[in-house]
Every structure is written in C-alpha cells, then in structure tokens.
Design a protein. Structure first.
Length: 130
C-alpha cells in the first residue's frame, strides 16, 4: 500500500501545483476549483493508504526482495455470471431518461431497480444463478 499511497500523493502534489500555476496565469476560478478538486481526489485516498502502510505489516508487493512465491496464496471464490448488474444498469438508464421523457420512465426504472436488487439478494443467498 506504500506504493499506491506514494503514487496518489504525487498525483495530488502535481495537480495542486498545476492549480496554483493555472490560477496565477489564467485567473479563471472554475478551472482552478476543478484542478484543486482533482488534487483532493489524490490527496484523500493517498494519505489514507500511506497512513495504513505504516500501521500494517508489509505486503509482498511492497518488498523489493520478494519472490513470486511470497505473493501466492488463496485465490478465493469469484461470483458466477449474472444478469442483475445489467438489469440495474437498464434501470439507471430508465431513471436518467425520465429527465427527457417524463416521470413515468422513472417509475418503470425504480420497479426494474427493485427487481434487480431482489434478484441479487436471492442469487447471493442461494450461491448460484437464479
């Protein structure tokens, strides 16, 4: 996590410097605010990762002398393929289209979203495809 934290903190510093240069040279407020927000997007997780890297034992990825076998371990279980993420995306698109076509598409989208959430719950409790 030390490497990830360092990279994100570097990104934060870079965009903070760019924001200051942009503010002094261009004087535009909205672009400066967006660049400062980008710097915060690197600073918050970067400082969190860097803080945790000091409070936990080093991972094999953080050890320069690590061997490939040091990183081997339990791979874990991965979920099977499912239709429910696609269904939830269709529901989100339908709710988004309600801004164009009217509130009735939002109702349809919320019904589809509720069905997708219930499908995910049922599928995760069974441990397979519903």
């Amino acid at each position: 996590m030390k490497t990830e934290g360092t990279v994100l903190l570097f990104i934060a510093g870079f965009f903070a410097l760019v924001a200051v240069i942009y503010w002094m040279w261009g004087g535009e407020q909205s672009g400066t605010a967006m660049l400062a927000g980008t710097a915060l997007l690197g600073l918050l997780p970067g400082s969190y990762y860097f803080w945790w890297s000091r409070h936990m034992k080093p991972r094999p990825e953080d050890n320069p002398q690590a061997r490939r076998a040091d990183g081997a371990g339990v791979v874990g279980a991965f979920p099977s393929s499912s239709i429910w993420p696609f269904t939830l995306g269709v529901a989100a698109a339908s709710v988004g289209l309600s801004l164009v076509f009217g509130f009735w598409t939002a109702i349809v989208g919320f019904v589809i979203a509720a069905m997708a959430v219930l499908g995910v719950i049922r599928e995760s409790r069974r441990g397979g495809v519903v």
